[in-house]
Write a protein that binds this ligand. Structure first.
Ligand code: SF4
Length: 817
């Protein structure tokens, strides 16, 4: 069987295929050194939680320990392929520094204790604050890493039992804009498209989406199409020379923060050249006249000036999109974490509506997620939405939810949208939130302007509960730390970006006294003695299966309807896409195939917001604009970023992921192969800027913004001049800590600003103004940035990033099952 080095060849070998054909299977297998397939005691079905692709895999178990993984060849998502993070990330489960006992702060130090003591403190503080101030004193900030059953339970506790509006997920950082853009265009969240659209598309447009690094297996699917007959042509919008850009027919590298101007010019060209499906627009949309009026002011020449691009390239991009017969678009952080995030993402939806490119094979939009279970936070209402995609502003939806939970509707706060993460932090900073329970996320590294976040979380007046797998930078600041079980140690479901639901089963026991997040939340609910309207314990469920059954009931009839799914079906079939109900027993590959949207005023998830100010719209306004519930073309003017480069801070900083790490590296930083591939933070600088600053490959440099500093070695690469890139989420847990002068100097978010998109409230990580300074001569070593990715060096002498050929690939997918 051929073997490969997944670090050097993250996308594996090619299995080419043509349009309309089924993606050939290729099963990837990696086992710990010295373990052969014959040694494995059990294979336990699951999927990856280290990206949003949802790669289906089986966990290999031997002697009660995880010893490897194998792709599931029959699964619709990955057809057996696994990426480097899938193959190696599981090793973090065995890390010797797992949290195994609860901790409480005594005399300024965290000390071990038992569960009763730790939970007793959490309950005592919750009760006291509820008595003193009411529900608004309590806030919850969760993850995109838990399971559906856990988010449902958390949402029921926060919104239903306690009645606080302060519940959000870190999905606010990565998918809030996806959800908001889908609601703005189609009335409701949920991806219209499917990963299967890659098999059919003749043009694939990737907007701010470095798929090659964020979703390696999905990129393998694209590479296989590119290697087959009649390959699709790609459009890439990204200021960095990503692998996506390298394979594109047209690559646009706009000035950061100018996406709306670019999208307006593209639509201007589509309209000017008559590339509009007028019948589709007439029958299925509202807003065309206003769109024509606004985009009329954005000829390519104007956008070229704003974006710093040749007008001709913009025309080429528009011609590519306009000539497509089957257009698939994907969008990610380059749009979502940038200036005018929602407005820009909505313009991508507009292109599809203009061209009638929805609801048929190859014609789809994927407003992508960054995290594996981000979709579930949205569906379950743990991230600023309400459970089952319900509209907080629609009393009938609140009554409906209250009936499903058997609660008085007045217990569910709906005087305003649920509080977003940055506002939760602000309330904590100002002192009105006095209890914050953070589960499976690490804001002390991942939120903007870290100095301020650290100070907020460390406030003596704030009672901080942190539930996690490791002692993160956030857990270090907590009053109570609760040790959680993780993937492979618990059972539950999760849903990827294209609505595919997988079941992940418990393979091994969690270490020490660690408990599943579901058990912890339910234990809290029981200790708090929450009751429903009939005096029964609330939530009424008690384990993963009963939670899933409760979810089926509360999602029934909503767009994210899971009522046709069971654990047994998922166990037998693998991934199935929602909605899955009596009408669609096998799931649903594409939404809106009939041109009918979830946008009628009675059913829509949101009445929308103004795309410039973010002001929420009222029902009457929505009804007047869209009485029949058609899709909405939304026009918007370009507005420059709040902070742009100037004489003092002449560069724009963008941040992002690299292929070998995920999040704040709590798991991937503990997988030796991944750690070796991208061990340290770096600063990417263009050749022209490096020359001017006297910087060479590997030189130590300092990047400074108005908020802080990062020091690292320089990678001289192909990034757009005037722009610097620093990979996000290198924190401090694996360093000897701070600089002698007291400055933390490693995490990209030392530099970013407290600023967010007015519509989706997603923080803007990609437009900080910074300056660059060489701080000394290099020692001849290159920067630690990977060479296989967008951070590839211009200097040909830099040694290639490599691992070991320890993964087996079976091309036809047979044999290993
Ligand atoms: S690291 Fe990426 S996936 Fe995770 S929250 Fe941030 S943006 Fe989202």
């Amino acid at each position: 069987m051929p073997s490969r080095d997944p670090i050097a060849e993250p996308w594996g070998s090619r299995t080419p295929y043509g349009p309309g054909r089924r993606w050939p299977a290729r099963v990837d297998l990696h086992l710990a050194e010295g373990v052969g397939p014959e040694d494995v005691d059990r294979w336990v079905p699951s999927a990856s939680i280290l990206h949003s692709n949802g790669d289906a895999l089986d966990i290999a178990v031997k002697d009660g320990r995880i010893v490897g993984v194998r792709g599931r060849g029959e699964d619709r998502v990955n057809r057996g392929r696994l990426g480097p993070k899938d193959l190696y990330g599981w090793q973090a489960n065995h890390s010797p520094d797992r949290l195994t006992r609860p901790l409480v702060r005594r005399g300024g130090k965290l000390v071990e204790t038992d569960w009763d003591t730790a939970m007793g403190l959490v309950v005592e503080r919750s009760r006291r604050l509820l008595d003193e101030q009411g529900a608004s004193a309590l806030g919850f900030y969760t993850s995109g890493q838990l399971f559906l059953e856990e988010y449902l339970t958390l949402a029921a506790i926060a919104h239903g039992a306690i009645g606080t509006n302060h519940l959000d997920g870190n999905t606010r950082l990565c998918t809030a804009t996806a959800a908001t853009a889908l609601k703005a265009s189609f009335g409701c969240d949920g991806q219209p498209g499917s990963y299967g659209d890659i098999d059919h598309a003749d043009v694939i447009a990737l907007y701010g989406h470095n798929m090659a690094e964020t979703q390696t297996v999905l990129w393998s699917r694209v590479l296989d199409r590119l290697a087959g007959p009649n390959p699709p042509r790609l459009l890439c919008v990204d200021p960095r020379p990503t692998p996506v850009a390298a394979h594109s027919a047209v690559h646009l590298a706009p000035r950061p923060g100018t996406n709306v101007a670019l999208m307006n010019a593209i639509q201007h060209e589509l309209i000017r050249t008559g590339r509009v499906d007028h019948a589709y627009v007439r029958d299925h949309t509202v807003g065309y006249g206003e769109l024509v009026r606004v985009t009329d002011d954005y000829p390519p020449e104007r956008a070229a000036e704003i974006c710093g691009l040749p007008a001709e390239r913009i025309r080429e991009a528009a011609a590519l999109l306009g000539g497509a017969e089957r257009l698939l678009s994907t969008v990610l952080q380059g749009f979502y974490q940038s200036n005018q995030a929602t407005a820009a993402a909505v313009q991508v939806n507009n292109v599809h509506l203009l061209r009638g490119m929805l609801g048929r094979p190859g014609a789809g939009v994927l407003q992508m997620n960054g995290q594996p279970t981000a979709q579930n936070t949205r569906e379950c209402g743990a991230d600023g939405d309400l459970t089952g995609f319900r509209n907080w502003n629609n009393d009938a939806h609140i009554s409906d939810l209250a009936a499903a939970w058997n609660l008085d509707p007045m217990r569910i706060p709906h005087y305003a949208p649920p509080t977003h993460a940055m506002q939760i932090m602000r309330y904590a900073e100002k002192g009105s939130i006095r209890f914050l329970w953070i589960s499976a996320t690490n804001p002390a590294v991942s939120l903007p302007e870290l100095r301020r976040i650290r100070e907020t979380l460390a406030r003596r007046e704030l009672f901080l509960v942190v539930q996690d797998v490791f002692m993160t930078e956030t857990a270090e600041l907590a009053d109570v730390v609760l040790p959680a079980a993780t993937w492979g140690e618990k059972t539950g479901t999760f849903t990827n970006s294209d609505r595919t639901v997988h079941l992940s089963e418990k393979a091994v026991e969690p270490p020490g006294e660690a408990r599943t997040d579901l058990d912890i939340f339910l234990d809290y609910a029981r200790r708090m003695n929450f009751r429903d309207a009939d005096g029964r314990p609330f939530p009424q469920w008690h384990d993963p299966v009963s939670a899933f059954e409760a979810w089926k009931r509360v999602s029934a009839g909503r767009p994210c309807d899971y009522s046709g799914l069971t654990y047994d079906r998922l166990r037998d079939t693998g991934g199935i896409q929602w909605p899955c109900d009596a009408e669609h027993p096998d799931g649903t590959e594409r939404l809106y195939t009939d041109g009918r949207f979830w946008a009628r005023p009675e059913e829509c998830e949101s009445y929308g917001r103004d795309l410039v100010t973010g002001a929420p719209k009222e029902e009457a306004e929505y009804r007047a604009a869209n009485p029949e519930g058609l899709a909405m073309l939304k026009a918007v003017e370009y507005v420059p970023p709040h902070e742009g480069p100037d004489g003092e801070y002449p560069f724009t900083l963008i941040t992002g992921r690299t292929l070998y790490h995920f999040h704040t590296r709590t798991k991937t930083g503990r997988a030796p192969e991944l750690r070796r591939a991208a061990p340290e933070v770096w600063v990417e600088v263009s050749a022209a800027d490096a020359l001017e600053a006297g910087v060479h490959e590997g030189d130590p440099v300092e990047v400074r913004s108005r908020r802080g500093v990062v020091r690292a070695r320089a990678r001289v690469g192909g990034i757009r001049p005037g722009v610097l890139f620093v990979p996000f989420h290198y924190g401090y847990w694996d360093t000897d800590a701070a600089d002698p002068d007291g400055e933390r100097d490693r995490a990209a978010n030392e530099l970013s600003a407290t600023d967010w998109d007015p519509v989706s409230k997603q923080p803007l990580f990609k437009t900080a103004a910074v300056r660059l300074r060489r701080v000394g001569a290099g020692d001849g070593r290159p920067s630690p940035a990977p060479t296989t990715t967008a951070s590839a060096p211009l200097d040909a002498e830099v040694a290639a990033t490599r691992g070991r050929p320890d993964t087996l690939e079976e091309p036809d997918g047979g044999g290993t099952r």
